[in-house]
Design a protein around this ligand. Structure first.
Ligand code: NAP
Length: 309
């Protein structure tokens, strides 16, 4: 008999679980909050599959789940799972490479627009000053149109951002560890090495995975290369950016703005960032739309079924 643990309540889970054989046992955490580590380990002790919703599954945790055959991760990024330990134990790890891309790319574009048009600042002004005093330069911003977009990490999400940015007539340059000749043609994108991209782009948008290889890819030296009018968008992983260096660059107006969905010490956010007006902050909502959440749940359950059957 298969025993499946869903570590948090997720949209559409009851409906999706109906596709599983009736004699498989499914336990869904009734709360949207994470289980304590102790409860997670206790519940997983007999489980044959886990639908992992943002939990850290390290080597020790894996050693305490002797029956687990599949970890179905509720996202594309796998930096929360010790992949080497899983492989050693013969545990299959599945993720959601296709379901999450569109809404995450949309959020990157939304943050770009929020930064150039200063939408959160404008919203705060209207709430603070009613009636507001209109002037020709009230909360004045810039067009996104025609600005050079520098995409770092030209995979699924990075390429969708390029596709969407074409609607704003943005010239596209990209940096990636491997060249993408087909995507270059599709999106009229030109390859740059990292320093050149940072010097040239008006908008730098990050779409590499997290993990040790990309840690602090954007630190003080990289921020120094950016234009003072440029903005940085991060919907990838907080670990990719040195947050203290970014806060200093924003405070000293060495770069113009930032739009961030992810944080170095998530869920904690550097208080220096919170104090700044030229940064737009969202609480890791790249995939938080009803359409995406429902599709993610369906596929994450199906990933378990495909392995266990
Ligand atoms: P993907 O298709 O694998 O694209 C990642 C790209 O980054 C690949 O083209 C890869 O190059 C490149 N890359 C990897 N390491 C690199 C390095 N060290 N230097 C330069 N380029 C590197 O992944 P994706 O589906 O677009 O997702 C990207 C990331 O977005 C995920 O890993 C996740 O962390 C994040 N994400 C965040 C949210 C959110 O809610 N904010 C939602 C979804 C995803 P190769 O092609 O050579 O492998």
């Amino acid at each position: 008999m298969e025993r499946i643990i869903v570590t948090r309540n997720i949209p559409g889970v009851k409906e999706a679980a109906k596709q599983l054989p009736q004699d498989w046992e499914v336990w869904v955490n009734p709360s949207e909050s994470s289980l304590s580590r102790d409860e997670l380990l206790e519940r997983s002790a007999n489980a044959t599959a886990l639908l992992v919703v943002g939990d850290q599954i390290d080597r020790e945790a894996l050693s305490l789940m002797p029956h687990v055959k599949v970890l179905s991760n509720y996202g594309v990024g796998l930096d929360n799972i010790d992949l080497a330990a899983a492989e050693e134990k013969g545990v299959i790890v599945k993720n959601l490479p296709n379901e999450v891309s569109y809404s995450t790319a949309e959020l990157a574009i939304a943050l770009m627009l929020a930064c150039v048009r200063r939408i959160p600042e404008a919203d705060r002004l209207v709430r603070r000053e009613n009636p507001f005093s209109w002037t020709p330069t009230i909360v004045i911003g810039n067009n996104l149109q025609g600005k050079t977009l520098g995409i770092i990490g030209f995979g699924r999400i990075g390429q969708l951002v390029a596709k969407m940015a074409q609607a704003f007539d943005m010239p596209i340059i990209y940096y990636n560890r491997s060249r993408k000749p087909e995507a270059e043609k599709l999106y009229n994108a030109q390859y740059r090495d990292l320093p050149d991209l940072l010097k040239e782009a008006d908008v730098v948008s990050l779409h590499v995975p997290g993990g040790s290889e990309t840690q602090n890819l954007i630190g003080e030296p990289e921020l120094q290369l950016m234009k003072s009018s440029a903005m940085l968008i991060n919907v990838a992983r907080g670990t990719v950016v040195d947050e203290a260096a970014l806060a200093a660059a924003l405070k000293e107006k060495r770069i113009a703005a930032a739009g961030l969905d992810v944080y170095q010490n998530e869920p904690a956010v550097n208080p220096e960032l919170i104090a700044l007006d030229n940064v737009v902050l969202t609480p890791h909502i790249g995939t938080t739309t009803w359409e995406t959440r429902t599709a993610m749940t369906k596929k994450a359950i199906d990933n378990i079924y495909q392995v266990l059957k």
